[in-house]
Write a protein that binds this ligand. Sequence first.
Ligand SMILES: *Cc1c(COP(=O)(O)O)cnc(C)c1O
Length: 395
Amino acid sequence: MDFETMDKTYVLHTYARNYVNFKHGINATLFDDKGRDYIDFTSGIGVVSVGHGNQRLADAISDQARHLIHTSNLYMIEPQAKLAQKIHELTGFDVAVFFGNSGAEANEGAIKLARKYGEKRFANKRYKVLTLEHSFHGRTITTVKATGQESFHKTAFAPYPEGFSYTKAIADLYNSIDDETVAVMLELVQGEGGVKAFPKEEIQALAAFLKTKEILLIIDEVQSGVFRSGEFLATTLYEIEPDIITLAKGLAGGVPIGAVITKHKDIFEAGDHGSTFGGNFLSTRAGLEALAILEEYKQSGMLDEALIYFDAKLKATCQAFPSLFESVEGLGLMRGLRCKSGDILAGMIKKAFEEGVLVLKAGQNTLRFLPPLTISKEEMNEGFKRLERACKALG
Ligand SMILES: *Cc1c(COP(=O)(O)O)cnc(C)c1O
């Protein structure tokens, strides 16, 4: 039985898969079983932040695996404490951290924290969470309901938990707030929804308003966090101080991890929340190493250089093919090329793959780029050269 047949027979069909068999990778380059190479502008959907085959990360993981992988949260976990301390330091806020295993789980934890805050702090129970259209917060029953895209709320999975609603724009949020609203949850740059960065003033005005109402601001930085924006948090660029921030994707360079970060340290008590795997030796040691690598990369100036170089390449591509693209979106290394139609987007992804460059879809018509943060200039040059060939084939 070949691997494609094996996959189709034994793995549940929840993905429209591409049947390529990757064998290894070096930074932003992947190699398949036929020896073909691909420039990876996806980094496993924003996960492989320090690149494929990163030696330092591999060494840290294998060293940790030889000592301890897991003991449970019944006992102290040294790298977990160190990673929480590191995250505290990098945010610049007086925060503490809970570790889970994914973005959806981090958002679930954030929602639980917000609801307990709503129970503890007010005479009437506040429990409603407001989100935005085109948002994406995860695939569990609760986070899919929090996701502001009707197409995700399939009736097959109903009933969904109560207390979630979304509005079209930030300006509409204000009218949706009532005395049962406990939190507003949003991405500063909507990833899955189309790589849309919100204006700074609009976010700052909302943050200030919510503070006066004692409503929590939850910023979902599962995709935009961990230096993807150029800063450890996109929150820093927006100059706000959220009540809760969630991280996941790039935090441990590919080892599953999620984090709920909050300044409300007195809400959860022992027994309120937990996770068997969350924050174990393996994932937090990987997180520590990934952050050490990325922090050095940022301090050396190389991350900022990569951002500028990628931006120039993206803009040149947009300008060179006006029949295909209408705008450049996003920030840092979380970028998009808005296509003139959904058909162009579908064609681009297919042609790009044939030319040996991996790109993503976002929303209805956005070609999305989430390269490893450590991508080299040579890899960017080669990736955009291949992308240009794909554009020519289409346009
Ligand atoms: C990917 C993503 C999630 C979900 O993360 P999982 O690890 O797939 O559960 C949540 N929010 C945002 C903004 C994301 O990009």
